[in-house]
Design a protein around this ligand. Structure first.
Ligand code: GLP
Length: 255
């Protein structure tokens, strides 16, 4: 695992965009996208590079991590909608090749299984972008999620509903259920890139990177993966015991 500490959110966005830029220009075709506020600086930078530096996503396809269950179709906070407005509408990826779990299906349980099968068939994801919840969730895998879990319908904690209420007209509007890629599904990607910014993420980042491997911190599953990059700003790095070593290792990368 490589841990990169940057000064602020914008610098984190550039560093993560570098990872996607390099991957796409060297032939990566299957991208894993995340929603929430953490990836926005990445998308802003990728859109800029698309417009100004010829970075093309025309050959790419993209898969979302998760989706709410039960929102009205086209709801501005559905992740299918958010990813379009924040990223994919502004680059040249084929909209038909941007897919997410179907939170509107009559049978959402079957829809979750179908999505997992699609990821197995069309994957693996080359580069998967991840945020992290303050309780250590990735995707919508809340504490207690099996480290080997697959895409499924699951229930949000009240804390996550409160955290996400800022995107809605109050907590009552936030769905209780979601479809999320499981921790095992996410771990099938070739390269996992987690971005976290702000002091409110410091504890979750430290637990994920340096804490025990445990379902109580779902993001600790990253410790099992062979290729992980964690990009954090100074505030989110504040609880990392080995921060000085991560800086030293970055300055002294083997060539
Ligand atoms: C959300 C999403 C996650 C996201 C996380 C953090 O609920 N399902 O994919 O990483 O919570 O969100 P934010 O980046 O807005 O802090």
């Amino acid at each position: 695992m490589e841990v990169i500490i940057e000064s602020d959110d914008a610098a984190c966005g550039v560093t993560v965009a570098d990872v996607f830029d390099r991957a796409v220009r060297s032939g990566a075709r299957v991208l894993g996208l995340a929603t929430g506020s953490s990836p926005l600086s990445v998308y802003r930078e990728l859109i800029r590079r698309h417009r100004e530096e010829g970075l093309s996503f025309a050959a790419a396809q993209a898969f979302l991590l998760d989706e709410y269950v039960g929102l009205p179709k086209g709801h501005p906070q559905s992740y299918a909608h958010v990813i379009r407005t924040e990223f994919t509408d502004h680059v040249d990826v084929d909209p038909a090749r941007v897919q997410g779990p179907d939170g509107w299906a009559d049978d959402v349980f079957a829809a979750a299984d179908r999505y997992d099968a699609m990821l197995r068939d069309e994957g693996p994801v080359d580069v998967q972008l991840l945020g992290i919840g303050v309780n250590g969730h990735i995707g919508f895998n809340e504490p207690g999620s099996s480290l080997g879990s697959r895409t499924r319908v699951t229930t949000l904690t009240e804390q996550t509903r409160r955290d996400n209420a800022r995107f809605f007209d109050g907590i009552d509007e936030v769905p209780r259920h979601v479809i999320t890629q499981g921790l095992g599904t996410i771990s099938s990607a070739r390269h996992l890139v987690l971005i976290a910014t702000g002091g409110h993420k410091a504890e979750a980042v430290a637990a994920a990177v340096e804490g025990p491997l445990t379902a109580s911190c779902p993001a600790s599953v990253l410790q099992l993966h062979p290729h992980v990059t964690v990009v954090v700003d100074e505030a989110a790095a504040a609880r990392l015991t080995n921060a000085d070593f991560y800086r030293y290792a970055r300055e002294n990368r083997p060539r």
